[in-house]
Design a protein around this ligand. Sequence first.
Ligand code: SAM
Length: 346
Amino acid sequence: MTRPDTSTKHADEVSAMFDEVSPRYDLINDVLTVGNDRLWRIATTKAVGPRKGMRILDLAAGTGTSSAALAAHGAHVVAADFSEGMLAEGRKRQAGNDLIEFVWADATQLPFEDNSFDAATISYGLRNVNDPRKAIAEMRRVVKPGGRVVIAEFSTPPSSAIRAPYAWYGKHVLPRIAGAINREAAAAYSYLNESIEAWPSQDELASWLRDAGLERVAYRNLTFGIVALHRGFVPREPVVVTAADTAAAKPAEQKPAAKKPAAKKPAAAAKPAVAKKPAAKKPATLKPAAAKPAASAKPAAAKPAATAKPAAAAKPVAPKPAAAKPAATDTPAKPAAQPTTTGDVQ
Ligand SMILES: C[S@@+](CC[C@H](N)C(=O)[O-])C[C@H]1O[C@@H](n2cnc3c(N)ncnc32)[C@H](O)[C@@H]1O
């Protein structure tokens, strides 16, 4: 049985390990998490906010169970993974679902164009990636401005009352149950347990997301922090006001005595892009990070957007994004949810 070294996580060893457990992967998950994995998936799907017409990357998708939950909302899902065994099992299970496309891909070197997805997510895969920060940077790269990156991963329960028995379960019970279902899986699940212990805290993972350039980063704990759901947004590109826009705005400013000044308000004419786009996409969530645009952006143009709603910009926790609404019918894993200092992920 392939058993990767937790400190090196060599890609070929990790993919071989998943190749071996792929046929019974979903069953083992259900048993080991006592069905909680289903609640966690609902919460994750809600955080991604899939909608018809969206193109979503489900990274480290494995057998596509996480992808199917997203596709159920009408989104087109690219289920990417580097284990041929998991992909083969996924293609079999999701056969007939035209909304899911399985693609071989290494998370640290995605074969996708910049800004080619509306959102990207990874469930229980990031911990296995040999360079997880690179994978986060890749997800950010392929997601369009304003889109979100959502990570579901096993984590550290903040309460020691939970942490101790959970660690004992992970070390002694989990590999035995997994081994009883699939002999090959015992070693794999011992490795998984070690990799969970070596994984950074919720706050540290949040800092990785910020380091990758994501903004409005927030997380929440599920089932006492056994799993943490992290989310960040790709900054929107600042609105660039051109000289032509300014010129167009000027005549209105210079004619206050015109018949219907209210209808020809210079403000409305001067900020066409700002007024149109954010109405649907909640400009209030634009944070100061929006003032840190790509070097090519004109700082003068970025200012109005950043200062337009100072009160909203000061809020570290974004209001529920509109995109999350369609998933409102899902039952969130409420009993397990514990908002944290970083914010609430809906
Ligand atoms: C625990 S499974 C999760 C599968 C699925 N997302 C789910 O929620 O059930 C982890 C997956 O991560 C994949 N993986 C690990 N490292 C990867 C990498 N560098 N690139 C792509 N996939 C990777 C493995 O092949 C495996 O299928």
